[in-house]
Write a protein that binds this ligand. Structure first.
Ligand code: MBD
Ligand code: FE
Length: 289
């Protein structure tokens, strides 16, 4: 195994949960986007989800003690601010699959709870904001953004965010400079970019809150493989949200968030100077209609 040592400490669940919930409240207007959804669709979705739960209750003869534990647990997920974490870890992957199944270019992967828009602009070639003593293997990543017809997309935006070598995200875990390991890059006229960053470590979702309680009670693990988050956008094209992974990570096959796809695993080359280089580009689908 060539994975980096696992971090032993975790960010406080309440701190990152509260930040994730707060950010969701301020940056999105989720109800506005569905205000015209017909009653019939809401009825179908709500009823079929409930029916799936009824079937589970009957099949496994769920007891009042279990029902009350569920009630208490659901209340505590909200109190911990962990609804974004819960939904992104256990539900988003299937929504993402459905949302991108029509694409001919990159299909992508889940956004997760820790994206922040408007990261500092770095141009086509640059180093992501990081501390002077940032841990982790330096990674030089070059690539090209193209459309499905093969044409280069100059002026495309590549937003990159990822955890540090201890598995922590800036703006969510305390004590990390704002925008650390978050940057926005813009491709040159040939659609190319070159980003210098560090390889992130495998990541354990916060275990000291309600999601951790479920994981412990069910005997699961809390690990995600090391990953880079990206959003790639260009005028006239569908926004691509994706994650990139590293070969040999033991959690590529059992990601707690079920978000690894084989085509998203990088092929980095170790260089003699201790850095790793990797070439990986994106193909965006034009918006139809
Ligand atoms: C993460 O870093 C992440 O990417 C997801 C999907 C869930 C929790 C933490
Ligand atoms: Fe992540």
């Amino acid at each position: 195994m060539t994975t980096t040592a696992h971090p032993t400490e975790t960010a406080s669940a309440a701190a990152s949960g509260a930040s994730a919930t707060e950010r969701f409240h301020t940056d999105k207007s989720p109800f506005e986007a569905v205000k015209d959804v017909p009653k019939e669709r809401v009825d179908t979705l709500a009823r079929e989800v409930l029916e799936a739960i009824y079937a589970t209750v009957r099949k496994h003869k769920v007891t009042y003690d279990e029902f009350n534990a569920l009630k208490a647990w659901l209340i505590s997920v909200g109190e911990d601010g962990e609804w974004p974490l819960f939904l992104d870890v256990w539900l988003e992957h299937v929504v993402e699959d459905v949302a991108t199944e029509h694409r001919e270019g990159n299909k992508g992967s889940i956004e997760g709870p820790y994206y922040v828009p408007d990261a500092p602009e770095q141009g086509a070639r640059g180093t992501i904001p990081m501390r002077e003593d940032e841990g982790g293997t330096p990674l030089v990543w070059s690539g090209q953004v193209t459309s499905t017809d093969g044409s280069a997309l100059g002026g495309a935006k590549v937003e990159l965010w990822h955890a540090d070598d201890d598995g922590f995200y800036s703006q969510f875990a305390p004590g990390i400079p704002e925008w650390n390991l978050r940057g926005s890059f813009t491709t040159d006229e040939e659609g190319r970019f070159e980003i210098t960053t560090v390889q992130p470590a495998p990541y354990q979702i916060p275990t000291d809150g309600s999601c951790g309680k479920l994981i412990a009670a069910a005997g699961w693990h809390a690990w995600r493989p090391a990953h880079l988050h990206v959003k790639v956008s260009a005028p006239g094209h569908e926004l691509l949200t994706a994650q990139l992974y590293f070969p040999g990570d033991e959690h590529n096959d059992d990601d707690i968030a079920s978000a690894v796809k084989p085509e998203l695993i990088l092929d980095p080359k170790q260089q003699d100077d201790g850095t790793a280089t990797v070439d990986y580009g994106f193909v965006l689908d034009p918006v139809k209609g």
